[in-house]
Design a protein around this ligand. Sequence first.
Ligand SMILES: [Zn+2]
Length: 175
Amino acid sequence: MSAEAYSKAYIARCHKTLKEWGAPLDGWFVFNVYDCLEEANELFTCELCGCTQVRIVHVMHNHHYFERISVGCICAGIMEGDILAAKERERLVKNRAKRRKNFLKKTWEETRYGVSLLWYRGKRLRIFRLGNGRFKVCYNNTSTECHKGKPITDFLTAVHAAFDLIDPVVEIWHA
Ligand SMILES: [Zn+2]
């Protein structure tokens, strides 16, 4: 976002919109952050300023308002009164998306037992094909047969689940 995005006029416009909604100007905190490009393969429109090019969505919550508002980085920063904190969240989410992209390019080794194997940062990941057409991902003493709450039924989804096991979301915004 360009420098003028921080201008007083921009901030005033955001505050004006909040006032029109009868929403508080402060007391907002971040509830969730996600990469819309990664989750939905599209960009998001900021609910506060209307910018249509938002990739990282910050879901903002306020105890004195009836609904959550999903916004881009700068609007999130204005709402919570800390633009640097919003930018840092943005950076962490983008970096993790980059790591996932690289992870997806890795080649898994097929063993003769039908188990796929990958060494990643010195750690061993395994994907098992189960008899019922489903997949199981194992890493250290943890394993999962689900991704986003659903059983894993293809190899690519298993690879995504493996990434989530080895590089879990650190929800620093809940700290
Ligand atoms: Zn915005």
